[in-house]
Design a protein around this ligand. Structure first.
Ligand SMILES: Nc1ncnc2c1ncn2[C@@H]1O[C@H](COP(=O)(O)OP(=O)(O)O)[C@@H](O)[C@H]1O
Ligand SMILES: [Mg+2]
Length: 272
């Protein structure tokens, strides 16, 4: 979702939708997320101006649910002058950012398997594209509007002007574009830990959620976000390295750290 500073709450009640809905505070975007009182459904609401983003998420959920990848189902959709709302079936379990480091460790191999299976969905069948040029165009727009949220930047970049950050990445774009052509898969698009739901009973992945940015892209775009965020969970550098290696082996890839860094640094410039 693009609007991280939405000024006015949009809720199922405001939109005249039935049922008891409780606010969920854990959303990372400017959307307003609610859970039904019986915890079987989620409602994601946005102001009318953001209807296209939410419709994009709806279409991606609907498509992915036909591909054998675990995730939500679209249950209801509402769009009107006061805003729009997407109701999905709850994926049962706990977000991967909410579990202890040892539980994330227990799930780590299952996460690698689930991500690999997502990336193995035939990319030719995917109607959604998230090519590098598209993402760079979004970043240019966000930067030009001076809308980058410094909190999303790595600490050492928070005092660097975003235009300078984008210029630093610019020189790499031709090479990254060539690499992406040879390594394009169906990517989640925002593969951070809150968007991976784990089954606490089995440690397996019960589903991927928050699919608004799903599309064909370089697999490193997904791996960069996931590995960087998981790194903050592991207690020390040694365990972080071991986790990277375990992931790489289970997923089946030799990690290209420069390429991961490129995508990690590009992502914060695309939100705003
Ligand atoms: N269908 C769903 N199943 C399970 N949890 C969900 C579902 N939809 C939303 N959530 C919960 O609500 C949080 C915010 O929803 P999300 O779609 O990720 O919003 P945002 O785009 O703001 O990050 C998620 O991190 C998750 O905890
Ligand atoms: Mg999310």
């Amino acid at each position: 979702m693009s609007d991280r500073s939405a000024p006015r709450t949009v809720s199922p009640a405001l939109l005249g939708m039935e049922g008891d809905w409780l606010p969920v505070t854990a959303g990372e975007s400017g959307a307003f997320v609610f859970r039904s009182a019986d915890a079987t459904r989620y409602a994601k609401c946005v102001p009318a101006a953001d209807v296209a983003d939410l419709a994009a998420e709806r279409d991606r959920i609907a498509w992915l649910s036909g591909q054998g990848v675990p995730g939500p189902r679209v249950l209801d959709w509402y769009a009107g002058d006061a805003g729009s709302c997407l109701v999905t079936r709850a994926v049962s379990g706990v977000s991967a950012d909410q579990v202890r480091a040892e539980d994330l460790r227990a799930s780590w191999g299952h996460i690698a398997d689930a991500v690999r299976r997502l990336h193995e969905v035939p990319v030719s069948s995917c109607p959604f594209h998230r090519g590098l040029d598209d993402v760079v165009a979004v970043a240019r727009d966000v930067v030009a509007r001076d809308a980058v949220n410094p909190e999303f930047l790595p600490l050492e970049q928070q005092h660097v002007p975003p235009a300078e950050l984008l210029t630093r990445l610019g020189g790499e774009i031709p090479r990254r574009r060539d690499q992406a052509v040879a390594d394009t898969v169906v990517c989640h698009g925002d593969l951070c830990l809150p968007n991976i739901i784990l089954d606490p009973g089995t440690s397996r992945v019960s589903g991927f959620i928050d699919l608004g940015r799903l599309g064909a892209a370089d697999r490193h775009a997904d791996l960069a976000l996931l590995l960087a965020q998981a790194r903050e969970t592991w207690v020390d550098e040694g365990r972080a390295r071991a986790a990277d290696m375990a992931f790489a082996e289970r997923y089946g890839i030799a990690l290209d750290h420069d390429r991961l860094r490129f995508y990690l640094h590009l992502d914060p410039l695309t939100w705003g």
